[in-house]
Write a protein that binds this ligand. Structure first.
Ligand code: ADP
Ligand code: GN1
Ligand code: MG
Length: 366
C-alpha cells in the first residue's frame, strides 16, 4: 500500500518528495492515509483516501458533490474575509488530469485533501464545550449550504437515511440468515420490532410536506468534525461523501448518537452507555446557535425524536450487517457489529427515558 501511495502521489498536483504514508483515523468506510511530503526541507501533510466503491457506487458523482459544496463554502468564507480558509473547509487537490480524483489501473478511485493542522477529531465526547462546538459547526455547515446554486446534489447512497427501508432490509437479512447468526441476536431483533411504529415518522412527515428537504451532511458523527487543538472551537466539517439532500434531523440525530454518551460506539460494558443530558443540552444550544435561524417550527419540534430515531437506525444497520456476515462496515473483532448494535440500543433506551425532559428543554429555549 505505501509503495502504491508513492505512485499515486505523482498523479496529483502536489510538488515535493514523498516521505511516508500511514493509515489515519478510525472511519468505518474509506481507506484514509496521512501522507508526508518534503517540500524544500519542510514536511507537509496531506490526506489521501481510497474511496470505498462497494459503498459509493458512483465515485465521480461523490466527488462532483464534494467539489460543488467545498467551492461554495470556500467562496462564502473568502467573501467574509476569513484569513484561514483552508482550515475552515476541506480543499480537494486536483489530479494532474484536471479531475478531482484519480482512477488507478486497478479501477480504484483516489482523492487528496489539504491536511487540516492544529486540530483533531474525537471518537468519544469528553466535554460539553466539545458538544457545543461540534453542533455549532454542523449547523453552520447546513446554513452555508442553504443557498447552494444549481442542480439538486447527487444522492451518493440512495435511501441512505430511509429508516423504513433500513427496517425492511433488516427483515430480509433475518429471513435469509446467510451467516447463521439470527440465533445470536434474538433480543436485538425484538428490540427493533417493538419500535416499528417509530421508523417511518420522519419520512411520513416529509411525504406529507410537513418537513422540508435541505442539503445535509448525513454522517455527523463526532469524528467527522475537527476541533481546534488550542481553543477547542469547531474548525472544519469533514467526511463529505454523503452530503446530499436530506432532513436536518439526520444530522442532529447523529450528533445525539455520537456526542452524548461517554462510551465508545462499540463499548461492550453497556452500563457505561448513557445519554448524558448536559451533553444533549450543549448540542442543542450549539446547533440552534447556527441553525436556529432557518429551522421551521416543525423541524425544531422533532429534534429530540431525531436523536432516538437515528440511533435506532444506525443500530439497525449494524445489526443487519452482523446478520449479513459483516460485509459493509469495517470490523476489527468477532461480533463487532453486534457489539455496536447493542451499544446503540442501550443508548436508544436511555434517550427514551429522558425524552420528556429533552422536549421540555427544547421548549424552554427561545
Ligand atoms: P471515513 O469516511 O472512513 O470516516 P474520514 O473522511 O472521516 O473517513 O477520515 C478519517 C479520519 O481522518 C477523520 O476522522 C480525521 O481524523 C482524519 N481526516 C480526514 N480528513 C482530514 C483532513 N483534511 N485533515 C486532517 N485530518 C483529516
Ligand atoms: C460510517 O464513514 P464513517 O465511519 O464516518 C457510516 C455512517 C455510520 C457510521 C457509524 C457512508 O461513517 O453512516 O453512521 O459509520 N458511513 C457510511 O459509525 O455508511
Ligand atoms: Mg469519517
Amino acid at each position: 500500500m505505501i509503495n502504491k501511495i508513492k505512485i499515486i502521489k505523482e498523479e496529483f498536483e502536489i510538488y515535493g518528495d514523498f516521505v511516508s504514508a500511514s493509515p489515519y483515523g478510525s472511519g468505518h468506510i474509506n481507506d484514509t492515509l496521512r501522507v508526508i511530503i518534503n517540500q524544500g526541507g519542510t514536511e507537509v501533510h496531506y490526506i489521501f483516501q481510497r474511496i470505498n466503491e462497494k459503498v459509493f457506487r458512483n465515485p465521480p458523482a461523490v466527488m462532483e458533490n464534494i467539489q460543488r459544496v467545498t467551492e461554495h463554502i470556500f467562496k462564502k468564507i473568502e467573501e467574509e474575509g476569513d484569513t484561514e480558509i483552508t482550515r475552515h473547509t476541506l480543499v480537494v487537490i486536483k489530479a494532474k488530469n484536471g479531475k478531482s480524483y484519480f482512477h488507478d489501473d486497478e479501477g480504484k478511485y483516489w482523492r487528496a485533501y489539504i491536511f487540516i493542522e492544529k486540530a483533531r477529531t474525537y471518537d468519544v465526547i469528553e466535554t460539553p464545550q466539545q458538544a457545543y462546538e461540534a453542533a455549532r459547526a454542523f449547523g453552520l455547515f447546513q446554513k452555508d449550504l442553504s443557498d447552494l446554486p444549481g442542480e439538486r446534489l447527487h444522492e451518493t447512497i440512495p435511501d441512505f437515511h430511509n429508516t423504513p427501508q433500513r427496517f425492511a432490509n433488516l427483515e430480509k437479512a433475518i429471513a435469509a440468515d446467510v451467516a447463521g447468526r439470527v440465533k445470536n441476536a434474538g433480543p436485538e431483533i425484538d428490540f427493533v420490532i417493538r419500535r416499528k411504529a417509530d421508523v417511518s415518522k420522519l419520512t411520513d412527515l416529509l411525504a406529507a410536506g410537513e418537513l422540508v428537504e435541505r442539503i445535509t451532511h448525513n454522517d455527523t458523527k463526532l469524528n467527522n468534525v475537527m476541533l481546534d487543538d488550542k481553543t477547542g472551537k469547531g474548525v472544519c466539517v469533514i467526511d463529505l461523501d454523503t452530503v446530499m439532500p436530506g432532513l436536518v434531523h439526520y444530522d442532529f440525530g447523529d450528533m445525539v448518537r455520537t456526542s452524548t454518551s461517554p462510551a465508545a460506539e462499540d463499548e461492550k460494558d453497556l452500563s457505561k452507555v448513557t445519554m448524558q443530558f448536559h451533553m444533549f443540552e450543549s448540542l442543542l444550544r450549539g446547533y440552534l446557535n447556527t441553525a436556529g435561524g432557518f429551522l421551521t417550527p416543525t423541524e425544531r419540534k422533532y429534534l429530540p425524536f431525531a436523536g432516538k430515531l437515528i440511533t435506532l437506525e444506525i443500530g439497525i444497520r449494524f445489526l443487519t450487517d452482523y446478520l449479513e456476515g459483516d460485509i459493509y462496515f469495517k470490523t476489527h473483532r468477532e461480533g463487532h457489529n453486534l457489539d455496536r448494535c447493542r451499544t446503540q440500543f442501550k443508548l436508544v433506551e436511555s434517550i427514551e427515558e429522558q425524552m420528556d425532559e429533552m422536549i421540555a428543554l427544547l421548549n424552554s429555549i427561545e
